[in-house]
Design a protein around this ligand. Structure first.
Ligand code: SAH
Length: 351
């Protein structure tokens, strides 16, 4: 207990710990320590963001994917997946609805679908930016070339989400087929940063073969890369993937890591994810009480929501966007926070 608290003091003072120290904290955590960390994390969240929770309207634009990630329900080998892609008109309609509801960030996420060439995506991005210049556009469409990222950026994309999935190369290889490369994924994150995007990385908690050692590397990566956003959520098995019989991640460890990440990088934009809400009915509230400050309600047309099934029992697939937004609004109020109408950029000034 004392040793962990001393390490946390050191982290707060110097902004860094060694891999062994992170590993020690993860391995020796207790409910009591988690509570102390959550309190510190919430104080830091309040210092930089008050009680504001930022929202992002998530539009799941395609579930076609050329990749075969072993954990993911929309992997190309899943023949049972009912594939769809949204048209430009569909996507713009989602933005119209989202704008009305107060969203000022739209996240276009999807599998690595060859249909979404640079030309197609640039046209969509620039149309959104012309219509809604006060909004941020975030892309989350996987690995692309430097030139491709640059073109999307020049068309108006502001942010890019690309979870690194794990910062341990061997672990990465156990989660992905051999044609996918850890080095390329990390390279993509650095390319995005160089181009000028606000960049988000992240990982699943409790993914198969994850250990305190691999998690320590994730924390070290966050400490050094200093992403603008960091998406973490529990791994949840999908019944049509090789990991169907693996155990899901826990709320406890996810919340503990959310608090640690807030302490490592106090200004980071940290979502309380849908996956966390899936494994616990109050998961997203618990995430905010552990230091998260972003929620990403679903803005996809209800007709496709069930098809974007990355994992089993995903929540919020039946309601209209307005219902989702209201439900989350009430949930955030229940933990003393409020959803705000704002682009919700990272706080680089106030302290
Ligand atoms: N194709 C994009 C978007 C992937 S989906 C990309 O490569 O970035 C977004 C995230 O969902 C993934 O990065 C992964 O971390 C998460 N995810 C996928 N399958 C999951 C599962 N079974 N349980 C929990 N999260 C999962």
């Amino acid at each position: 207990m004392n040793k962990i608290l001393l390490l946390i003091d050191k982290l707060e003072e110097t902004g860094e710990l060694s891999l062994e120290e992170y590993e020690f904290i993860i391995q020796n955590r207790t409910a009591e320590i988690a509570e102390i960390l959550a309190k510190k994390a919430v104080e830091l969240r309040q210092k930089y963001y008050g009680d504001d929770v930022f929202t992002r309207g998530l539009i799941e634009i395609s579930n076609f994917c050329k990749n075969d990630c072993l954990y993911c329900g929309i992997r190309r080998s899943n023949k049972a997946a009912d594939r769809y892609r949204l048209t430009e008109a569909d996507i713009l309609e989602c933005c119209d609805e989202g704008y009305e509801l107060g969203f000022r960030t739209f996240v276009l996420q999807g599998g690595e679908d060859g249909y979404f060439t640079d030309d197609v995506l640039c046209s969509i991005i620039s149309k959104i930016k012309v219509k809604y210049p006060d909004c941020a556009v975030t892309i989350s469409m996987g690995e692309r070339s430097y030139e491709s990222y640059k073109r999307l950026y020049d068309a108006g994309a502001d942010r890019y989400l690309l979870r690194h999935e794990t910062a341990d190369k061997e672990h990465y290889q156990k989660l992905h087929p051999s044609e996918m490369s850890f080095d390329n994924r990390i390279k993509c994150l650095y390319n995005l940063r160089e181009i000028g995007y606000q960049v988000g990385c992240g990982f699943m908690v409790g993914s198969p073969y994850q250990t305190a050692k691999t998690l320590a590397k994730d924390l070290k990566f966050i400490e050094t890369f200093k992403p603008d956003m960091c998406g973490i959520g529990p791994f949840v098995p999908h019944h049509d993937t090789p990991f169907r019989d693996e155990k899901a991640g826990t709320v406890e460890l996810t919340c503990f890591l959310l608090s640690l990440i807030r302490i490592i990088h106090p200004r980071v934009l940290l979502p309380s994810t849908t996956a966390l809400g899936t494994i616990d009915p109050r998961g997203r509230e618990k995430g905010v009480l552990s230091g998260a400050n972003v929620v990403m309600p679903n803005l996809s047309p209800v007709s496709v929501r069930k098809k974007y099934e990355l994992y089993d029992n995903k929540i919020c697939t039946g309601e209209e966007s307005a219902q989702c937004k209201n439900c989350l609004s009430m949930r955030m109020n229940s933990v003393g926070c409020k959803i705000v109408v704002s682009r919700g950029d990272i706080n680089k000034e106030r302290s």
